[in-house]
Ligand binder design. Structure first.
Ligand code: SAH
Length: 345
C-alpha cells in the first residue's frame, strides 16, 4: 500500500480533488501528518468520516518498522528500518551543538561501487520512494517529540546515491521543506552526491536552495577512478566545470567531502593538489575521518596526519573543517549495520 507521506502538497490537493474534496483539505491533512504528527487517520477529527475511511483503505501511515537500534556513547543513534516489502535501510541521528541532524538513506543498497564504502557491499535492490524517505524522518521526529526536540538538519548521506534517484529525492526535499509540513529550511537540507554530472546540471537549473555536497575523496583522476568508479563516466574536469557553473550561477557555496584514507590520499602532495583543484571556488572542504569497513582494507588516517592535512589546505588558501568522529563504537559507516544484519539472516 502506498504511504500518504509520498504526496507533495500539490499531489495531495489533486488526490483529494479526485475524491470530490475541497483543496483546503490538503492543508488540513498536512497539518495532521506533519504538525500534529498523528499516526492514525482516525485521529484526524476535522476530516469527514467518509474521507477518513477512504484514506485508511488506500494509504498507510506506516511505510516501515524499526527492527534494530544502536546507540553510541556519544548518543549517535542508528536505526535499521524494514520497509513493507522486506527491504531494509539505515538512518542515523547525530547530536551537534547546533541541534539534531538526521542522515537519511535514498536507496536500498547502492550501485556506485565506491571501493571504501560499506553501502556498496550490497548492490542496489531498488530506489526508495519519497514517502519512505519522509518515513525515516517522521519516525525519528516522533521519537524526538517525546523529549521536546526537533530535527533541524537533514543530510541525504545515508545509503544510496541521491542523484541516481533524483525525482524521488527532490520530492522528499519538497515535502519536508513545505511550510505546511515539517518546514525544515532548505538551507538545513543537504544533498550529497558522488558526482553524477547531468543531475548536477539539472539540479542547478532548478535553482533550489538546498545545500549541495560532493564526495571528492581524491584530487586526481587516477586515484579518484580507483576509489570511485563514477569518475570514469564523469572525470574531474567535467565534474568541476559543472560545479563551478552551478555555484556561480546560483551563488551557492559548495561542500566537498574528503575522507582521509591512510597512505592512500592523505599526503602533503594530495593536500596541495586538492587546494589547487578548488582554489577560487566558493567552497570548503569537509575532511572526514574514515569509519573502517573490515571488508575493504582501507584504514583511517591518523589524527596528526589529518590535522597536518588540514593545515596544508588552509596555508594554500582553502577553507576546511575537520569533522570529529560520531558513533565510533557502533556500525557507524553508511551501510555497515544493514550489511551485518543481512549477513546474519
Ligand atoms: N552517494 C552519496 C551519498 C551517500 S555517502 C555520496 O557519495 O555522496 C555519504 C558520504 O559518506 C560520502 O561522502 C561517502 O563517500 C562517505 N562515506 C562512505 N563510506 C564511508 C566510511 N566508511 N567512512 C566515512 N565516510 C564514508
Amino acid at each position: 500500500m502506498q504511504t500518504i507521506y509520498d504526496l507533495s502538497l500539490k499531489q495531495m490537493e489533486e488526490m483529494l480533488a479526485q475524491k470530490g474534496q475541497k483543496p483546503y483539505r490538503a492543508k488540513q491533512l498536512y497539518t495532521w501528518l506533519y504538525k500534529k504528527r498523528v499516526d492514525d487517520f482516525a485521529k484526524m477529527t476535522d476530516l469527514p468520516a467518509t474521507l477518513i475511511e477512504t484514506l485508511q483503505n488506500e494509504y498507510t501511515l506506516q511505510p516501515m518498522a524499526e527492527i534494530e537500534r544502536q546507540v553510541a556513547r556519544d548518543k549517535t543513534t542508528k536505526y535499521l528500518f524494514e520497509m513493507n516489502d522486506g527491504a531494509s535501510v539505515e538512518t542515523v541521528l547525530m547530536h551537534f551543538h547546533f541541534g539534531e541532524s538526521l542522515c537519511v538513506s535514498s536507496q536500498v543498497g547502492c550501485n556506485m561501487g565506491c571501493t571504501f564504502c560499506a553501502s556498496g557491499l550490497l548492490k542496489k535492490q531498488r530506489d526508495l520512494t519519497a514517502g519512505e524517505m519522509v518515513g525515516q524522518v517522521m519516525h525519528v521526529q516522533k521519537l524526538l517529540d517525546e523529549e521536546g526536540k526537533r530535527l533541524n538538519n537533514i543530510v541525504i548521506m545515508g545509503t544510496g546515491e541521491p542523484f541516481d534517484n533524483y525525482d524521488n529525492v527532490m520530492r522528499f526535499c519538497e515535502i519536508i521543506n513545505s511550510d505546511h509540513g515539517l518546514a525544515i529550511g532548505a538551507r538545513h537540507i543537504t544533498i550529497s552526491t558522488c558526482g553524477i554530472v547531468p543531475k548536477i546540471e539539472e539540479f542547478a537549473k532548478g535553482k533550489y536552495q538546498y545545500n549541495l555536497a560532493i564526495s571528492l575523496h581524491a584530487p586526481d583522476d587516477t586515484l579518484r577512478s580507483r576509489l570511485m568508479p563514477v569518475n570514469h563516466a564523469y572525470p574531474l574536469n567535467v565534474l568541476m566545470d559543472a560545479l563551478r557553473s552551478y555555484s556561480e550561477d546560483n551563488h551557492r557555496r559548495l561542500t566537498f567531502e574528503y575522507i582521509l584514507l591512510r597512505d592512500v590520499n592523505d599526503t602533503d602532495e594530495h593536500a596541495v593538489q586538492l587546494a589547487k583543484l578548488v582554489r577560487g571556488m566558493n567552497a570548503y572542504i569537509n575532511l572526514i575521518p574514515y569509519n573502517q569497513v573490515d571488508e575493504h582494507g582501507y584504514r583511517t588516517a591518523d589524527e596528526r596526519k589529518a590535522l597536518h592535512f588540514y593545515d596544508v589546505l588552509m596555508k594554500n588558501g582553502v577553507k576546511a573543517t575537520l569533522r570529529s568522529k560520531h558513533g565510533e563504537d557502533i556500525d557507524a559507516a553508511c551501510g555497515q549495520l544493514r550489511a551485518r544484519h543481512e549477513r546474519n539472516q
